[in-house]
Design a protein around this ligand. Structure first.
Ligand code: UGA
Length: 433
């Protein structure tokens, strides 16, 4: 089977490389000339564990992956075309901006020669795949194509493993022929007994938004429980453990922290609320999740400022800038939001992140960057752990204590125990404990 993937962002590039790993010939298409030129040289546009090796393998050894600038060059004899372009939030109404999707649909219509299956893998509001069908139908005959919704559930930082060992594959189709082709595509995953959920197209589109929104709700919920725990002397980590052991609840996505960020949850929660509104459905639960998450960075800063008087010339060391560990992605990073609010309160920010400093420099050039945690902590009035990178989990606090002005730590990811740090002489504040 010959595959074409349009869009070389996270989902597109990871899917392309993993399909090559399954053994399929895959062509990835992107309008961004520089990105295509770099990919052809084996240069990845972002950091993701394992991606460099896969790119090297399939570009140079198996030669199963190739990169092209236009669909015209790529579409000859393609069996499946995946649409994996971005669907950012529109500024005015928070609806998903589908401009790139419509462009690709028009482009596909102009280039179809043989029968192919057109698959939306981007996160798109319910009804989008059907609109793609209508756009293409208006230009060519029906028999030449089918449309399918096949949402992706990979997480940044563990994307390759999530793709190769998914909890489930969701396939929304409207013909037997396209369902058979999609099942054939995912045949390598039958060996590890991955459940395949076959549905209609609208259901598949909703599954993606409902999953992300539910996970975001779980985080929003535990964050508010954490606020309550702080007031009443309870410990949110133990509460989450006590709740999560109940199989109906489950332990995952119950880590309290500074709020959810990234390129997916904030955008998808807003877009799902907008879809519900359009259909006159009350989705106040999700509206509350969105609003409490938006307010969270400000609340966290207020707590930090209430716990300690930061005089003029105060400096804080912020450890971790990416929205989560193992990625250089800073989109909707809560760490960076917290940094901005602290700067508005005249506090200078020393920072360190293992991978996200280059991206952060472009976003906020008033941050002061250091090559190591220990250099960032020199002479500061407090430390904030903003992202739970593994290298922050066993820091030498004796060494840090010698460098720091005031031994205060705000551990926004709850990676330390207060007793450990208090023994060394730090004042320790976690979230919800
Ligand atoms: C998320 C979903 O987990 C994926 O299944 C989905 O495919 C992806 O969005 C997408 O739609 O493309 P991702 O945004 O990469 O993946 O990262 P997550 O691991 O889900 O984390 C999202 C945010 O929630 C991060 O800011 C993280 O720090 C926060 N989080 C996560 C918590 O605050 N607490 C938790 O317990 C878990």
């Amino acid at each position: 089977m010959k595959l074409v993937i349009v869009g070389t962002g996270y989902v597109g590039l990871i899917s392309g490389l993993c399909f090559s790993e399954f053994g399929f010939e895959t062509i990835c298409v992107d309008k961004d000339k520089r990105r295509i030129q770099e990919l052809e040289k084996g240069i990845c546009p972002f950091f993701e564990p394992g991606i460099k090796d896969l790119l090297f393998k399939h570009l140079n050894k198996t030669k199963l992956i190739s990169f092209k600038l236009s669909l015209t060059e790529a579409m000859n004899n393609a069996d499946i075309i995946f649409i994996t372009v971005g669907t950012p939030s529109r500024r005015i109404d928070a609806e998903a901006d589908l401009t790139f999707i419509w462009d690709v649909a028009n482009d596909i219509a102009e280039n179809i020669k043989n029968y192919c299956v057109i698959v939306t893998k981007s996160t798109v509001p319910v009804g989008t795949t059907n609109k793609i069908k209508k756009i293409i139908q208006s230009k060519i005959e029906d028999e030449k194509f089918d449309v399918v919704s096949n949402p992706e559930f990979l997480r940044e930082g563990s994307a390759i493993n999530d793709f190769m060992r998914p909890d489930r594959i969701v396939i929304g189709t409207e013909t037997k022929k396209s369902e058979k082709i999609m099942r054939e595509l995912y045949r390598p995953l039958y060996l590890i007994e991955t459940p395949i959920i076959s549905t209609n197209i609208a259901t598949a589109e909703i599954i993606k938004y409902a999953s992300n929104s539910f996970l975001a709700t779980k985080i929003g919920f535990i964050n508010q429980v954490a606020d309550l725990c702080e007031e009443v002397g309870a410990n949110v980590q133990d509460v989450a453990k006590g709740m999560g052991i109940d199989k109906r609840i489950g332990p995952k996505f119950l880590h309290a922290g500074p709020g959810f960020g990234g390129s997916c949850f904030p955008k998808d929660v807003k877009a799902f609320v907008t879809t519900a509104k359009k259909h006159n459905i009350d989705f106040s639960i999700l509206e509350a999740v969105n609003s409490s998450n938006n307010q969270r960075p400000k609340k966290i800063v207020k707590k930090i400022l209430d716990k300690n008087k930061f005089g003029p010339d105060s400096k804080i060391a912020l450890l971790g800038l990416s929205f989560k560990p193992d990625t250089d992605d800073i989109r909707d990073s809560t760490s960076l939001k917290i940094a901005k609010i602290l700067q508005e309160n005249d506090i200078r920010i020393n920072c360190y992140d293992p991978k996200a400093m280059e991206n952060s420099k472009i976003y906020n050039n008033n941050l002061i960057f250091f090559d190591t945690v220990y250099e960032a902590c020199e002479g500061v009035n407090a430390i904030i752990i903003g992202t739970e990178w593994n290298e922050f989990r066993a820091l030498n606090f004796h060494k840090i204590k010698e460098k720091i002005k005031n031994p205060i730590i705000f551990d926004l990811r709850n990676i330390y125990k207060s007793e450990e740090l208090e023994k060394i002489g730090f004042s320790y504040y976690g979230v919800g404990k």
